[in-house]
Design a protein around this ligand. Structure first.
Ligand SMILES: C=CC1=C(C)c2cc3[nH]c(cc4nc(cc5[nH]c(cc1n2)c(C)c5CCC(=O)O)C(CCC(=O)O)=C4C)c(C)c3C=C
Ligand SMILES: [Fe+2]
Ligand SMILES: [Fe+2]
Length: 356
């Protein structure tokens, strides 16, 4: 039997909340051509000339509001997922963890995998949805580093699992106690991306944001359409939880200035819902993130709540991410088990797509 292992990869966080560490992290993150997708010279100018002069201080302050004594919530949770999964899998299938930006770096972990004599890995990007700036950049980076450091390594990649029945069930199990409480409305707030990224990822170049109701119109473009995939997650959970059509909506958070991002924007929705729609008792969840992080803790629990209450809201209840809760560990473990017995993630995904 070849020596097999699992590699979990999440986004990453700075090493600390100091401004130089946050600057170093943002330099790597926003220097990624799949995140700030400008020609290299323009990206360098924008990064070094504008963004890295002002943003690190602001971001360092935001990180200091969510930092725990052991470090960043995203890293702490990812390590706990690694540990819990490893305990379920046993010694025969070790579990490695890398971060796309920051530490532990993809290069250092691939080097360790090679040194440990691992021959095959299941690469498990910790993103339910495809985006060039999330799932794709992880996959490209791992393959690039493996080509350099472990050229004989066989890599199988878990595809975006946005509508996988077991993933939806995990979301449902974690959310159900909140759905059972009194509320007027459920807001699904997903991380935004520039509209341009949606068009760029459309292989047909004639569907996304071009065809009327593009995400509701069947197309092969959906295989790489972030918006179609987050809407599929929403539909599947709405169906599973029996949420009424007029009791939920979708919005997009965390945009940068400079160009249109996916709409409606979460901060605008948090004003509109209590002010114009009379929805004052809100449940909010952020299924683009498997772990609670800066974007869910500082931006939603902190700023988001303030905006909603300031606009006349009465109750703001946030559903935690899947984190290291048992339903998520069971879902990840299930996917790994299928790989171990020879069922490919592609086959699993095709089935989930048909079921959605
Ligand atoms: C062009 C900019 C960005 C794109 C595109 C983008 C896509 C994207 N991001 C996530 C997940 C996370 N992003 C996080 C933080 C974060 N994101 C951006 C910019 C873009 N993201 C920045 C500049 C930052 C850093 C913080 C800040 O300065 O505001 C995080 C949190 C990390 C943490 O340490 O807690 C996550 C997670 C996804 C899933 C995505 C595309 C779908
Ligand atoms: Fe982001
Ligand atoms: Fe689309």
């Amino acid at each position: 039997m070849p020596k097999r292992a699992v590699l979990l990869v999440n986004l990453g966080s700075p090493d600390s909340t100091s401004v130089p560490d946050v600057r170093r992290y943002l330099r790597e993150f926003l220097g990624d051509e799949r995140v700030l997708d400008l020609p290299a010279a323009a990206r360098w100018l924008l990064l070094e000339g504008i963004i890295l002069r002002t943003r690190p201080k602001k971001s360092a302050h935001a990180y200091s509001e969510i930092w725990r004594p052991e470090g960043s919530p995203l890293i702490i949770t990812s390590k706990s997922v690694q540990k819990k999964l490893a305990a379920k899998l046993g010694d025969d299938t070790p579990v490695y963890l890398a971060m796309r930006y920051g530490n532990p770096s993809v290069a250092s972990v691939i080097a360790q995998i090679a040194a440990d004599g691992i021959e095959e890995i299941l690469l498990f990007p910790q993103y339910p949805h495809y985006a060039m700036s999330s799932w794709e950049t992880v996959v490209v980076k791992v393959f690039e580093e493996a080509a350099k450091l472990a050229p004989k390594l066989t890599i199988t990649t878990v595809q975006p699992f946005y509508a996988d029945k077991d993933y939806i069930e995990a979301l449902y199990e974690v959310s159900q106690p909140y759905f059972a409480q009194a509320h007027d409305h459920v807001l699904f707030s997903y991380h935004g991306i520039p509209e341009r990224h949606l068009r760029k990822a459309d292989s047909s170049k004639a569907h996304c944001l071009t065809v009327k109701d593009c995400c509701a119109t069947c197309s092969t473009a959906h295989a790489t359409c972030y918006r179609a995939q987050v809407l599929a997650t929403t539909r599947a959970l709405v169906k599973r939880a029996g949420i009424a059509e007029d009791k939920y909506s979708v919005s997009f958070q965390s945009r940068l200035a400079g160009e249109p991002w996916l709409t409606p924007y979460t901060d605008f929705e948090l004003v509109r819902l209590p002010k114009e729609a009379g929805k004052k008792n809100l449940l909010i969840l952020c299924p683009a993130f498997v772990s609670d992080c800066l974007e869910t803790i500082e931006e939603i629990s902190g700023e988001g709540k303030e905006i909603f209450m300031g606009a006349g809201g009465a109750v703001f209840q946030q559903i935690p991410c899947l984190n290291d809760q048992a339903p998520y560990i069971d879902f990840v473990h299930g996917r790994v088990q299928r790989w171990l017995v020879g069922e490919t993630p592609e086959a699993t995904r095709a089935k989930a797509f048909l079921d959605a």
